[in-house]
Design a protein around this ligand. Structure first.
Ligand SMILES: C[S@@+](CC[C@H](N)C(=O)[O-])C[C@H]1O[C@@H](n2cnc3c(N)ncnc32)[C@H](O)[C@@H]1O
Length: 275
């Protein structure tokens, strides 16, 4: 089944595949209105994925899913797939999906989530800088919040180019070195004397600290930059101080604000690239 984009007013929200009227939810006991443009996996929407998986009410995640629904073309690769929430949604929307991650812990989460969602979707063990896939194998690929953490960045960019078909689309999410996430987490002074900088999640230590202009210039050496989408500005701060269970209104407002702001102040920027 193709990715479903449902564009309607909130008042005439459809019953989505999950059987839930998606525009009306309750958060912290208060009735709020939520909108989503894409069909979510019911188990994800009900918060049944593993504890390390982003929560469905976190608006930057929904925005990533909307971008994915718009740009994915089969066969599609999700590299550095983490807990699999994105790859499993691509599969849910009927795409021919290949997924991989080089971390065993991430792959365990991925497999657990695939079992919860009821999809048979394998997750390969791959290093983005040395992929085993054939040349021009994919019509689109996703590499979201990964490139800052790889050791061999130029190798990774070369591999992403190699496995993509001419005319294919690469959707790449990049940490902004001057954004709120970087300042709150990666530039935390305590990390200077902490022996293990891994923060207990599947993120890795940052190897490449760059601003969005740097990333864009680097991508433009190989790809045509179709769009640079500022994803969020303050959501990482909201997570840090109010937790991920906060009323989704806040992160929705942040995502909406980010869309109208320069990418330089975003915490993460999603680049849409064409080969
Ligand atoms: C911050 S997580 C993002 C995961 C997922 N893309 C998402 O958006 O939730 C970064 C992921 O990149 C993976 N990763 C880091 N370096 C990698 C590499 N060289 N090759 C493949 N995966 C890598 C990590 O294992 C981790 O799962």
């Amino acid at each position: 089944m193709p990715a479903r984009r449902v564009i309607v007013s909130a008042a005439r929200a459809p019953i989505l595949e999950s059987g839930l009227r998606d525009r009306e939810r309750f958060a912290r006991g208060r009735r709020i209105t939520l909108g989503t443009m894409v069909a979510l996996i019911p188990q994800f929407e009900r918060g049944q994925f593993t504890a390390e998986t982003p929560v469905p009410t976190w608006w930057p995640i929904r925005k990533r899913l909307e971008i994915a629904a718009e740009w994915a073309r089969s066969p599609v690769l999700d590299v550095g797939a983490g807990t699999g929430w994105l790859a499993l949604h691509l599969r849910h929307w009927g795409h021919d999906v290949t997924a991989s991650d080089y971390s065993e812990r991430a792959r365990e989460n991925f497999q657990a989530n695939a079992a919860i969602a009821g999809y048979e979707l394998a997750v390969g063990s791959e290093n983005v800088s040395a992929l085993s896939y054939a040349e021009e194998q994919f019509a689109s690929l996703f590499c979201v919040s990964v490139l800052s953490y790889v050791e061999d960045l130029q190798g990774a960019l070369g591999e992403l180019w190699r496995v993509l078909r001419p005319g294919g689309i690469a959707v790449i999410g990049c940490l902004n070195a001057y954004g709120s996430f970087a300042f709150l987490f990666d530039r935390d002074p305590r990390t200077l004397w902490r022996e293990n900088r891994h923060r207990g999640d599947i993120r890795q230590d940052v190897e490449h600290f760059h601003g969005p202009r740097w990333w864009q210039r680097e991508f433009a050496k190989r790809f045509t930059v179709v769009e640079a989408i500022p994803l969020e500005i303050l959501s990482p701060a909201i997570a840090r101080f109010a937790g991920y269970g906060v009323n989704p209104r806040w992160t929705r407002a942040d995502v909406r604000l980010a869309a109208h702001m320069p990418k330089e102040i975003a915490s993460e920027v999603i680049f849409i690239l064409r080969k």
